[in-house]
Design a protein around this ligand. Structure first.
Ligand SMILES: CC(C)(COP(=O)(O)OP(=O)(O)OC[C@H]1O[C@@H](n2cnc3c(N)ncnc32)[C@H](O)[C@@H]1OP(=O)(O)O)[C@@H](O)C(=O)NCCC(=O)NCCS
Length: 161
């Protein structure tokens, strides 16, 4: 059965929390998720198969930042490998761009080969290594993707003094 992606509502909280618990390095709790669903600077989408939530992505749009940040993306193990992770990230990219952000940023464990492969395929590049970023001491990588083409002759480096 194919899945569709839609904006999450308060009725999805249990399903999203159940999914997020599959991914132990994430700290998302009920209060934080409720808040993400309420405030204008956060967006949550779910991938739904039948009535079951099989994926979610959380986008944060901090005020006055020119980038958006993917806080979390998770796909249920049984639904992986069908393009849902890529579709969820694409939803976050579209929304960040529509909100005027120039870049999308995220952090990933350096040993998370599946997620890293997904991001590389979607055009993300490593902009920083984050030593001992995770609770268990694992290193992280900060990745970014430009959401708009730079004007010709104005690569990011040409803005440096
Ligand atoms: C990372 C995750 C979201 C990917 O979801 P998914 O729906 O399986 O990914 P997709 O099917 O959209 O895959 C898109 C691309 O990512 C890459 N990819 C995904 N899973 C992969 C794996 N296990 N090994 C290698 N590459 C993988 C492939 O390039 C794939 O494209 P292809 O199928 O055309 O080769 C999923 O594995 C997951 O929920 N993991 C646990 C949570 C997590 O790590 N989140 C990211 C935190 S930053």
């Amino acid at each position: 059965m194919s899945a569709h992606i839609r904006a999450a509502t308060a009725a999805d909280i249990d399903g999203v929390l159940a999914l997020e618990q599959l991914f132990p390095s994430d700290q998302l709790n009920r209060a934080a998720l409720r808040r993400f669903l309420r405030v204008p600077n956060a967006r949550v989408w779910v991938a739904v198969q039948g009535k079951v939530i099989v994926g979610d992505v959380i986008l944060l749009l901090r005020l006055n930042a020119d980038y958006g940040r993917v806080y979390s993306v998770v796909v249920a193990p049984a639904a992986r490998g069908q393009g849902l992770g890529a579709r969820l990230i694409a939803s976050a990219e579209r929304a960040a761009k529509a909100e005027g952000r120039n870049r999308l940023r995220l952090e990933v464990r350096s040993d998370n080969t599946a997620a890293r492969a997904l991001y590389v395929k979607r055009g993300y590049r490593v902009v920083a290594t984050l030593k001992s970023y995770y609770d268990d001491g694992a290193d992280g990588l900060r990745l970014e993707k430009a959401l708009r083409a730079s004007p010709i002759g104005h690569s990011p480096s040409s803005h440096q003094a």
